[in-house]
Ligand binder design. Structure first.
Ligand SMILES: [Zn+2]
Length: 104
């Protein structure tokens, strides 16, 4: 029963991830245009682009894991990541304990 409940919540998180994916893609397009207009001299935009790319990669990875049926497990200890954490950070790769060893 608990597993069914978790599966239902994963569907909602999947929608959140897809939405997030498109938002970051759009943002990346805008930022890339801004950087081109600044002729590559805008270090703030460059840093924002790097962060955006990382978010996009993490989101894409989470969507792939969801499709493969291994979403929501910590990549280090394989423990189930609590739903409360996934709701805040649906692209989370690690549980809170293991995250400490993987600073972003
Ligand atoms: Zn872990």
């Amino acid at each position: 029963m608990l597993t069914d409940h978790r599966t239902a919540q994963f569907a909602a998180l999947g929608e959140q991830l897809e939405e997030q994916y498109w938002l970051y893609t759009e943002e990346l397009t805008i930022l890339t245009e801004r950087l081109r207009d600044a002729a590559g001299e805008d270090t703030v935009t460059m840093a924002t682009i790097a962060g955006c790319r990382r978010m996009l990669a993490d989101t894409a990875r989470a969507l792939r894991h969801l499709a493969e049926g291994r979403y929501g497990s910590c990549e280090t200890c394989q423990d189930a990541i609590p739903i409360a954490r996934l709701e805040i950070l649906p692209q989370a790769r690690f549980c809170t304990r293991c995250q400490r060893d993987h600073p972003n």
